[in-house]
Design a protein around this ligand. Structure first.
Ligand SMILES: [Zn+2]
Length: 326
């Protein structure tokens, strides 16, 4: 039983990304009873992103037998305003001042909660994953970029701007590589999968990573986490060192956050962590030991994310269920 929903009550969780959208209908125990996933239309395509999102939710409802739902929780890339549910600007989806919460509420006739996708993912892990009930939690999700979410006192931290938690843009090396945000040396520019893949391609071209060269050529987009993991299994030492280096940088950022926020738990997710969990966590823990203050790091749990692709929809569903209850 769940304390948030009564038996027979259902809610929807929606995960809106730059490349895909997922909608899942959950029962009162937060078990999935219907789901739909779609690729997002390119911004030049004829169907607006809004229509894709609505169609995906309708399909998930059909898959669940078209039940009535009590509410919708949605995670979207930001920046956004979590109180009004307005998406301020998402370059990947081409939404500008888009009233997502109002649009969903009007279409489905239910209350809607909107928050940043990484916040929702961190919330999902805090509600249902390995860091359940930890006092304060920091979530870091290295992928194409590096997303972060912070939960303080059981609530997502939004800050003055509403966009708190941009861990990927913490400056780690002031003269480091260029970041997508235009600055140099952000964590993301050093440790995202793109940053790692860029180095691996150079290593492969020099002849030091035959597995990468054979499977990816010089195409950076082909250097997926699963390929990197296989290259390490094949004994490619420089590939391993590059992943360790990236994970260590993530650990430095986490150590800084431990010194500032003193969380009880840190949850790490995303493709690279999933594909190379032991190695990745080892380096993050090493960096924490070397850069966080002993009293602050003592007893801090460092755990892998457990919900995978479902973290955002589960966190979003739980958030709207809590709001309905209150
Ligand atoms: Zn940046």
């Amino acid at each position: 039983m769940s304390e948030w929903l009564q038996k027979g009550e259902l809610v929807a969780g929606v995960d809106i990304g730059g490349t895909k959208v997922q909608a899942t209908i959950f029962n009162h125990k937060f078990e999935p009873v219907g789901e739909s996933r779609k690729k997002m239309q390119s911004k030049k395509g004829p169907v607006p992103a809004e229509a894709r999102v609505l169609a995906t939710i309708h399909e998930a409802l059909e898959a669940a037998g078209s039940p009535a739902i009590k509410g919708i929780g949605a995670g979207s890339p930001g920046p956004l305003d979590p109180t009004t549910g307005v998406i301020i600007d998402t370059p990947n989806i081409a939404w500008k001042n888009f009233p997502l919460a109002d649009v969903l509420s009007k279409e489905f006739g239910v209350p809607v909660a909107v928050d940043n996708d990484v916040n929702m993912g961190t919330y999902g892990e805090w509600c249902f994953g390995e860091v359940q009930n930890a006092k304060d939690v920091v979530g870091v999700f290295p992928g194409t970029g590096i997303g972060g979410g912070i939960i303080i006192g059981g609530k997502m931290l939004h800050g003055f701007s509403g966009a708190a938690g941009e861990i990927g843009h913490m400056t780690i090396l002031p003269d480091g590589p260029y970041c997508g945000c235009g600055k140099r040396g952000c964590l993301e520019s050093l440790a995202s999968r793109i940053a790692v893949s860029k180095e691996l391609i150079a290593i492969a071209v020099r002849g030091d990573a035959p597995y990468i060269l054979e499977n990816c050529g010089t195409d950076i987009t082909k250097v997926r986490s699963s390929v990197i993991a296989k290259a390490i299994e094949a004994g490619e030492k420089m590939v391993e060192n590059e992943v360790r280096r990236a994970a260590y940088f993530v650990g430095i950022a986490v150590a800084n956050l431990i010194n500032i926020l003193s969380p009880e738990a840190v949850v790490l997710g995303g493709g690279m962590v999933e594909a190379m969990e032991a190695l990745y966590l080892e380096e993050v823990k090493r960096a924490i030991k070397e850069h966080a203050m002993p009293f602050l790091r003592k007893g801090v749990k460092v755990a892998p994310a457990r919900l995978g692709d479902n973290a955002v929809v589960m966190g979003a569903a739980r958030l709207i269920a809590e709001r309905l209850r209150k």
